[in-house]
Design a protein around this ligand. Structure first.
Ligand code: HEM
Length: 324
């Protein structure tokens, strides 16, 4: 009898989990603003295009912003809240110090508040912006699901839950799995490093005093290591210096995977994609076939955009502060 009760309870809990997963998925809709703000995507696209023309660093920063938002408290724009006297917010956590493209979101939000007041959430603006920068730089287009609500909590210390570049394969797989993202999603999303830049601090441990046996990480192409050493001569202080994450860093393409095959992944977390049998096949296939990378990247970005989505919450009037 007790066993049957346990089974029933287990089944009920299981069904509840499935139902709540389906509900949070169902809450998002590609046509969410069709009647309330049909011009929303157009306004955001124009803002992103304008920013990219004046600020070549903006595109990569905006793509990374989406990842950092969704991985902490779900895609709820918690990364956009400013710190207050009482609270140090996510954007002031160490991994977010170089995000620096918040002004583009502010600009889009200001225009959206004029066109359709109190309608488009900051979390949706981040998601649409991430898609736009990918498409505008030569990558795939996908239909962004919308209807996220904005959160009211943002804590700098929680950014320690973002994966650091020193993570090994198992740690990376676990971090993504916690958010419902599989190995293929992880390899495809890491392809976001086809655009942008890394400061020396994120990879110097690979090129100076790597281990007792090796000064330089043996998985790195040794000529490439010399190039990186010239750019980052010190193991500690290298200021703003660094390296682009692939050899065509302003273009969204599959060059990132080709560089990994050549031992030229900049971050340890990039290069370990190839050192591990669970992921090597995906790296090889994305390096060979750009279309398959594009298809999987778009698919995984939709999944990333579903992480921890809030149905309850608010549409902030200003993305930097919660509503009164
Ligand atoms: C797999 C786990 C990941 C790790 C460990 C990681 C780590 C990093 C690090 C350390 C940097 C350099 C930051 C700096 O030095 O300023 C960086 C840059 C970047 N990351 Fe990731 N990342 C990961 C996944 C992702 C994902 C999933 C995306 C987006 C889909 C992404 C997009 C970017 C972009 C676009 C940049 C360049 C930013 C710029 O140029 O300002 N990353 N990442």
């Amino acid at each position: 009898m007790a066993v049957r009760n346990m089974k029933t309870t287990f089944l009920q809990v299981f069904l509840l989990i499935i139902l709540s997963a389906l509900e949070s998925y169902a809450a998002l809709d590609a046509r969410y603003y069709d009647t309330t703000c049909p011009q929303a995507e157009q306004i955001i696209a124009e803002t992103v295009l304008n920013a990219s023309m004046h600020d070549p660093k903006a595109a990569a920063r905006l793509l990374r912003l989406f990842f950092h938002d969704c991985f902490i408290r779900g895609c709820d724009a918690s990364v956009l809240l400013d710190s207050t006297l009482q609270n140090k917010a996510e954007k002031d956590g160490p991994p977010n110090m170089s995000l620096a493209a918040f002004y583009v979101i502010d600009d889009a939000k200001a225009k959206l508040e004029k066109a359709c007041p109190h309608t488009v959430s900051c979390a949706d603006i981040i998601a649409i912006t991430a898609r736009d920068v990918v498409t505008m730089n030569g990558g795939p287009y996908w239909s962004v699901l919308k209807g996220r609500k904005d959160g009211r909590v943002s804590r700098a210390y929680e950014t320690r839950n973002l994966p650091p570049p020193s993570f090994n394969t198992t740690q990376l797989i676990q971090t993504f799995a916690k958010r419902g993202l599989g190995v293929k999603d992880m390899v495809a999303l890491s392809g976001g490093h086809t655009v942008g830049f890394s400061h020396c601090s994120s990879f110097v441990p690979r090129i100076h005093n790597f281990s007792l046996m090796h000064t330089v990480d043996p998985s790195m192409n040794q000529e490439f290591a010399q190039t990186l050493k010239q750019k980052c001569p010190s193991p500690n202080k290298n200021g703003d210096a660094g390296q682009f994450l692939d050899s065509t860093a302003s273009k969204f393409d599959n060059d990132y995977y080709k560089q990994i095959l050549a031992g030229k992944g900049v971050l340890l977390s990039d290069q370990t994609l190839y050192g591990d049998l669970r992921r090597r096949g995906f790296v090889e296939s994305f390096a060979k076939d750009e279309n398959s990378f594009f298809t999987e990247f778009a698919d995984s970005m939709v999944k990333l955009g579903n992480v921890g989505v809030k149905e309850e919450g608010e549409v902030r009037l200003n993305c930097r502060v919660v509503n009164n």
